[in-house]
Ligand binder design. Structure first.
Ligand code: TYD
Ligand code: MG
Length: 453
């Protein structure tokens, strides 16, 4: 009989230790080290029928390597394709993370139902009936999608050999377990082993595998950090559960850029791709209200117009309140300090609330200028014209700094029918934009002067 082997794993970061410790010396968390049984005598999760004669790879000169463009599987979802960098790469492992209830299963099932390829959707969380009910809501039924409710990887591989799918989706990695390890599903060693088996399968058969992963309360993908290192692509599905918009981002992408985002709207019938995000993020209203300003931001390569709302009012209590949604609170404090010190606006005793509509959060510094405009507009109670927008970063001395790819931002504003855009004087603009007036500003006083005279 083989000896039972145990090791100690930190449940927070996944580091392996030889003995129990109170504190993990890798991540410095206390009380996270747990003993787990590992059996590794006869190890192989994925056994293809014709294995055994695998050619060992040889070194090649870089010139000799075939550089013809790699094939990508079109997922028929434009947002997902863009985030992946053009589609799924054969043999790749993609991890989709997100908070519970954000719509990961919905997104994946929806894609599985639309795919023109034979797809296997493995669910360890829901019954086939539940998945069918969900599929009926989405109503996009094809004959290509197989649903399997199973959590044991050996059984999954058995079914895979029979069905021979072209894409495999696993919902979720935390529910899987392999026979070769004796810990409960969701433990560090199970996650690592089952992922390793799936990687082996994907690389040997060239079938792309998508894993769904849960997220812990502080935003990390539950399970070891190494899970993120093992896979090729890490996607994050985020958004506010109270809002209908969801954003898909790549945190890591071995085959493309991580700058792209995909935007979806959660409807009663599944997720809708939002092709033109600017239109939904700006409320179209008739009257002009004080305290709002439109910013031109870039998410990935896409220009995006967002609405900033500010409310400035006299503080009721001694300490004025500052609160933000979607914008960095420290940055708001900095902007208020700049407005006070450099432009003489008395905001120190005022409550300031700032909100980016649509529930999205933006860290592009180019929205600073719109933040300034919204705050001043609320403070003066004078509306900024509704066809005016802004793109500029605010520096500590109150200067308006240039932003990257300004022409692309101006072009988007022009396309959406804005009549005026405020940008930094230091931005070099070579192209002519006949449809939009470009106001060049270098200091925040000038902005206030131009807007409220
Ligand atoms: P789900 O995909 O189960 O989330 P996750 O897998 O990330 O935990 O999404 C569940 C939420 O989505 C749930 O609150 C219901 C909502 N929903 C819709 O609004 N419309 C739909 O068509 C579907 C299928 C779900
Ligand atoms: Mg789910």
């Amino acid at each position: 009989m083989s000896k039972v082997k145990t090791t100690f794993f930190c449940q927070n970061c996944g580091t392996q230790h030889t003995k129990w410790l109170g504190q993990c010396h890798a991540c410095k968390e206390w009380n996270t080290i747990v003993e787990e049984v590992v059996i590794k005598e006869e190890k192989s999760g994925w056994k293809p029928s014709n294995s055994g004669h695998k050619k060992a790879s040889k070194p090649l000169k870089i010139k000799e390597i075939d550089s013809t463009k790699e094939v990508r599987l079109n997922t028929t979802d434009n947002e997902l394709n863009r985030v992946l960098g053009g589609g799924l790469v054969p043999g790749s492992l993609t991890l989709l993370g997100g908070e519970p209830g954000i719509g990961k299963s919905t997104l994946m099932l929806q894609i599985a139902l639309k795919l023109p390829f034979k797809t296997l959707y493995v669910s360890g969380e829901e019954s086939q009936k539940q998945i069918k009910m969900r599929a009926e809501r989405i109503d996009n039924t094809t004959d290509n999608c197989f649903v399997l409710t199973e959590t044991n990887t050996q059984n999954i591989f058995k079914q895979i050999q029979e069905i021979e799918p072209e894409i495999v989706i696993i919902d979720s990695i935390q529910t899987l377990h392999t026979d070769y390890i004796e810990t409960s599903a969701g433990s560090i060693s199970q996650i690592r082993e089952t992922t390793a088996e799936l990687i082996k399968y994907a690389k040997e058969t060239n079938v792309p595998v998508i894993l769904i992963g849960h997220i812990t309360k502080d935003g990390a993908i539950a399970g070891p950090k190494i899970l993120e290192h093992m896979v090729d692509t890490v996607l994050q599905f985020e958004g506010d559960r109270n809002h209908v918009y969801r954003i898909l981002r790549a945190h890591k992408n071995r085959f493309g850029s991580t700058a792209e985002i995909g935007i979806y709207e959660m409807l009663g019938s599944g997720l809708r791709e939002v092709a033109n995000p600017s239109e939904i993020l700006i409320l179209h209203r008739e009257e002009e209200l004080s305290g709002t300003a439109i910013a031109s931001t870039l998410e990935g390569m896409r220009p995006l117009m967002i609405e900033i709302q500010a409310l400035v009012s006299t503080a009721v209590y001694g300490t004025p309140q500052r609160s933000t949604t979607g914008y960095n609170a420290k940055r708001l404090n900095m902007i208020l300090a700049v407005l006070e010190k450099r432009a003489g606006f008395r905001l120190g005793a005022k409550d300031v609330f700032l909100n980016i509509t649509g529930g999205i959060s933006v860290d592009d510094p180019a929205i600073d200028l719109a933040v300034v405009a919204a705050i001043l507009s609320s403070n003066e109670d004078i509306a900024v014209g509704k066809d005016v927008c802004f793109a500029g970063e605010v520096g500590l001395s109150g200067e308006i700094r240039p932003v990257n790819r300004v022409e692309q931002r101006i072009q988007e504003a022009e396309k959406l029918g804005f009549s005026t855009i405020f940008v930094s004087k230091y931005n070099k603009i070579a192209t002519k934009f006949p449809g939009i007036k470009i106001v060049l500003v270098s200091k925040i006083e000038e902005v206030a002067e131009q807007l409220f005279g």
